[in-house]
Design a protein. Sequence first.
Length: 454
Amino acid sequence: MKSDLTLKTITEPSREINVYHEADVIVVGGGPGGHSAAVAAARNGARTILVERYGHLGGMATGGLVILIPHMSDGSKEQQIAGLCQEWLDRLEKIPGGMVGPKREEIGSTDPAVLARWKNHFSTVVDGKIRLTWTVDPEMLKCIMNDMVEEAGVKLSLHSWGTQAIVDKGRVQGIIFESKSGRQAILGKIIIDGTGDGDLLPSAGAEFDGAIDPKLRSSMLALVFRVGNCDFKKYNEFREKDPKKAQELMGELGKAAGTFFLPIAGHRDDVVWMNNWIPGLSSTNVEDLTKLEVSVRKMMRTGFAFMRKNIPGFENSFILDTASQTGTRGSRRLVGEYIVTGDDMNSGKKHDDTIAVIPKIGPPGDNPHVHIPYRALVPAKTEGLLVAGRSFSSDKFANDMLNLIPHCCAMGEAAGTAAALAIKHGISPRKLDYRLLQNTLLKQGAALPGVELD
Ligand SMILES: Cc1cc2nc3c(=O)[nH]c(=O)nc-3n(C[C@H](O)[C@H](O)[C@H](O)COP(=O)(O)OP(=O)(O)OC[C@H]3O[C@@H](n4cnc5c(N)ncnc54)[C@H](O)[C@@H]3O)c2cc1C
């Protein structure tokens, strides 16, 4: 749908702008993908700047109130995703109330007592086995993400909206961003797009696919909200005692709200986060974004009134907060040197240049893992650019399933590490020796099962 405003155009006069900073690596967007990219680049010796449009880091995992960090293991004792995402959790574990989830020794357990302990923790018991899935306090996560950036020596520029790539002869040379200080430029050797929406791809001249399919999760925008002072234990006891009635009530809740509302355990027993979605909207269309914010607020009021009145455990609850950031699941997808497909996902296709091994969300089946190659982070044509996070090169089916927070952290860590290594060796990221990248990732704590150290 085109806005009326787009029918008319004006020409902006050209102008000189200030160069705010020069760096080796510029990362735009500080969500799971971009944050991991920036920390990894700086730890590997690159002078790095991270540009984030909001006043905090974390993207969906904090501002979006998507506080479930799931499926870092496949139900076996082995962990498939570790690295910087694991470091978040190690840091949060030291903060009282910072996170909740199974202990390491419980991973892969089939012990009935352990399964009973975690059965109501979303995405933790799959196929009768414990997976590494954590729920985090988003405010504490914002704090530890700042710590990681600061300790790594990343220059941070918050309240800074990356608007355009600066390109010369097919190579990205920097970015332009807008802030309260005006429109300024940052020059760099390698630019990493961690905006989730691939905001820099059009101006960088990188090929991408921006089509959304209303049948897929990726087209579903959301406004997550949290409910406080609820009794999640009482709610779970009710669900166990009368699952049929509980299911009926969820259906009625959906009708009352006018959309799908799913209460998911928060990081405390008296807090839940309400997952929701409205399909067929685009996260790069300002009219859709506005429509979403206004509609979900209305739905929240009617849905929440229903919950308080009818659902055991929510009698005394209240709306604790709404996400400061619109829930966006999918958007522009890079056309990279390799496009990860739905078929790859189902067949468990392996790659020589695997940089992330991702457990399937459902029961593992014959091919329990999806392998993401480094080439899916590298644009097919444009030089000096990488992507980190959900805009990786993938078809719509693969993207729909492979955009969870741990996935984006793993891809971000690989992108940042690759950028630093490419700069160290004076080469384009496209030319980077993937074995050097894999060895470096393994040494710094990535899991990558099946990839051996030299
Ligand atoms: C309602 C909902 C429920 C979900 N449930 C789960 C779940 O339970 N578990 C799970 O793991 N995943 C879940 N997901 C998916 C997951 O949250 C995202 O796919 C993931 O966060 C993507 O990470 P990212 O870093 O690629 O992008 P994002 O998290 O979107 O981060 C992008 C960052 O870039 C910043 N940014 C964007 N544009 C610009 C710009 N132009 N300039 C500067 N900064 C910019 C943003 O502010 C943000 O900080 C859910 C998503 C939604 C919406």
